[in-house]
Design a protein around this ligand. Structure first.
Ligand code: UFG
Length: 319
């Protein structure tokens, strides 16, 4: 298939673009490099550095078989202090893209949605039927785009899939996570192992969980990318399907730090810090729908494998 990958110079986008190229698809990556890296675009993909909202029409004019839409602002904390950046950067840009997708009769769309659309869960593991009450602007913007996609599928026959990621981690060979502003737990802990920071903070030890620290469902980025390949294949005209992507197992912040100690052999000093605003205690996916309907089977669910791949990538970047 000929595919447009938006945000394909970012972490998840670059891994998915690499998997698509590996599978023989013709890939065009568009990215404004506001947070991505040009050298993360895989060999074999065509790279266009551009503002997506402005370039969407030109990029789709020659006809493409599908769009995978990763480009987004994705820092939860920043979304609360600078909402305009998220409503413009995520919603306005995606609406422009959707209009162009319709104008150029692109048949399929796969969208990066998020567990943050659910907010504080009533039920864990969280099924796709759970209420969507995002507790932060980031989640609200992604949910708004999900609603717009449903309208386009219903009105115009678009074959659409939204994938709701839980906590993505790990690396795919030379493609991995490198944010200018790092806020995610695993890369931060690995920076301690590399002695780039003295210690890691644990945001609260008084959560209603077994060891008192927050529990998350970590998913290997390669498994996540593979779900996109399946979503492309199974997307059905006139339907907007939504799938959670997680392993269905929760690990606490302390368990993550312990796994990092084991993988790196570094003692990784940790200190207790206040709770971080907006953090739910436990987020774990019920991902049976992706398994049943897409035939998705995560092959790297083990936390140590996820951390080991992230560690290999992080070490490789410092050499
Ligand atoms: N944490 C710490 N110390 C740190 C960093 C994080 O204790 O230095 C904790 C957080 O409080 C949280 C857990 O580690 O309990 C994981 O935090 P991350 O920042 O790695 O990930 P989040 O669960 O906050 O967010 C992720 C994605 C978001 C997405 C969200 C869905 O990064 O984009 O899941 O809920 F919106």
């Amino acid at each position: 298939m000929k595919l447009l990958v938006t945000g394909g110079a970012g972490y998840v986008g670059s891994v998915c673009a690499a998997r698509l190229v590996e599978e023989g698809h013709e890939v065009v990556v568009v990215d404004d490099l506001s947070t991505g890296h040009a050298d993360a675009v895989p060999d074999g993909a065509t790279f266009v550095q551009a503002d997506l909202a402005e370039a969407a029409d030109d990029l789709l004019a020659d006809g493409v078989d599908g769009v995978l839409h990763f480009a987004a602002k994705s820092l939860v904390g920043e979304s609360m202090t600078d909402p305009a950046k998220y409503w413009d950067g995520n919603v306005v840009t995606s609406l422009r893209l959707l209009a162009a997708v319709h104008r150029h009769q692109v048949p399929r769309l796969v969208f990066s949605s998020t567990a943050a659309t659910y907010g504080e869960p009533e039920q864990v593991p969280i099924p796709e039927s759970a209420p969507t009450r995002p507790t932060n602007t980031y989640g609200a913007t992604k949910l708004a785009i999900d609603h717009a996609i449903t309208s386009y599928a219903n009105a115009h026959g678009l074959a659409a899939v939204s994938l709701r990621y839980f906590n993505v981690a790990g690396a795919h060979g030379r493609f991995g996570e490198r944010h200018a502003v790092e806020t995610h737990l695993i890369p931060l802990v690995l920076q301690v192992a590399l002695e780039q920071r003295p210690k890691v903070s644990i945001y609260g030890e008084d959560w209603p969980t077994e060891d008192g620290t927050c529990v998350r469902d970590y998913i290997h980025v390669t498994d996540l990318a593979d779900a996109h390949l399946l979503a492309l294949k199974h997307a059905t005209a006139g339907e907007h399907r939504i799938y959670n992507l997680g392993n269905g197992t929760g690990f606490s912040v302390k368990q993550v730090i312990d796994a990092c100690r084991l993988v790196t052999g570094h003692p990784i000093p940790a200190e207790l810090a206040p709770r971080r605003a907006g953090d739910p205690a436990t987020l774990v996916a019920a991902a049976d729908r992706a398994r049943d309907e897409l035939g998705w089977k995560p092959e790297r669910p083990d936390l140590e494998t996820i951390v080991a791949d992230a560690w290999r990538f992080t070490q490789g970047r410092t050499k």
